[in-house]
Design a binder for this molecule. Structure first.
Ligand SMILES: [Zn+2]
Length: 275
């Protein structure tokens, strides 16, 4: 279930292993996996991969050829994987793309997604810019405290729903939303504009801390997440509330962790986390 930390781990591995590579060709398993730009596929043959960027839970591979730049965007969604070694691909059936590479540490990159329709996009500069504007809110790792404060203060609904809204704040999913709310002592049903400035500042700090710690530990491997070189993340061992229903609160509270079912499951300590 890749969220910002897992996708950032993927990005860093792609950056260190395949940036600078030349694309030999791109194999696409089924045409409808490419949501936009399939006609430009031949352009990528011979292009150089010059950068890999992350927006929320998506990755953009920046390609250059003859003074022109184009972008190959892969959305990892709930189950997507990018892997260097074909033997690590969980099932051939859902292998949707293989990029064959030369002049690089890795000879190929495989895109796998259990969901029948993973999403890939082939964009020119203008289309890529429009996609970024349309889809992604601020990045939790680079947003300023001031902008974050304003976002939360302007939220009349549940703060958790705002954290999960990719068009407002891009990259946080259910795991890290639960973890950061616990660490900041905020109830999952709390309303954004009712939180004190001090509490929002604490949420801002805990958000950046939990995401950064998770990146350093290779992300969380819940279900099948693997990084491109085939390693599992370790941060699931540091979760404090996510999927810990019935377990004692790590702060030693007399209550145990509860689970609330709304749009997504919320895990929280009724003693530590206030509305
Ligand atoms: Zn507690």
């Amino acid at each position: 279930m890749p969220e910002l930390p897992e996708v950032e781990v993927v990005r860093r591995q792609l950056e260190s292993h395949i940036v600078g590579a030349t694309i030999q060709n791109i194999w696409i398993g089924r045409d409808d996996i490419v949501r936009q730009g399939l006609g430009s596929l031949p352009w990528y043959t011979g292009a150089q991969l010059i950068d890999v960027q992350r927006q929320g839970k998506s990755l953009s591979m920046v390609c250059q050829q003859g003074g022109e730049r184009r972008y190959l965007v892969a959305e990892l969604g709930m189950t997507g994987l990018l892997l260097f070694d074909r033997r690590l691909v969980p099932s051939e059936k859902h292998l949707h793309m293989t990029i064959h590479l030369s002049n690089s540490q890795q000879g190929a990159l495989h895109y796998w997604n259990a969901r029948r329709f993973g999403r890939l996009y082939l964009f020119d500069e203008t289309e890529w810019e429009a996609y970024r504007q349309r889809r992604f809110g601020v990045d939790p790792l680079t947003v300023s405290e001031e902008v974050f404060l304003r976002l939360i203060k302007g939220c009349r609904g549940r703060v958790k729903a705002l954290l999960l809204n990719q068009q407002r704040i891009a990259g946080i999913g259910n795991i890290y939303a639960n973890e950061m709310l616990f660490r900041a002592g905020i109830h999952p049903d709390a309303q954004g504009n009712r939180l004190s400035k001090k509490r929002i500042q604490l949420l801002f700090e805990e958000m950046q801390k939990v995401l950064t710690d998770a990146i350093h530990r290779g992300g969380s491997s819940i279900r099948d997440y693997l990084s491109p070189d085939g390693r599992r993340g370790q941060f699931q061992n540091y979760h404090q509330v996510y999927q810990k229903k019935g377990q004692p609160c790590p702060h030693g509270c007399p209550t145990s962790i509860r689970r609330l079912v709304s749009e997504r499951s919320s895990f929280f300590c009724p003693t530590c986390q206030k509305r």
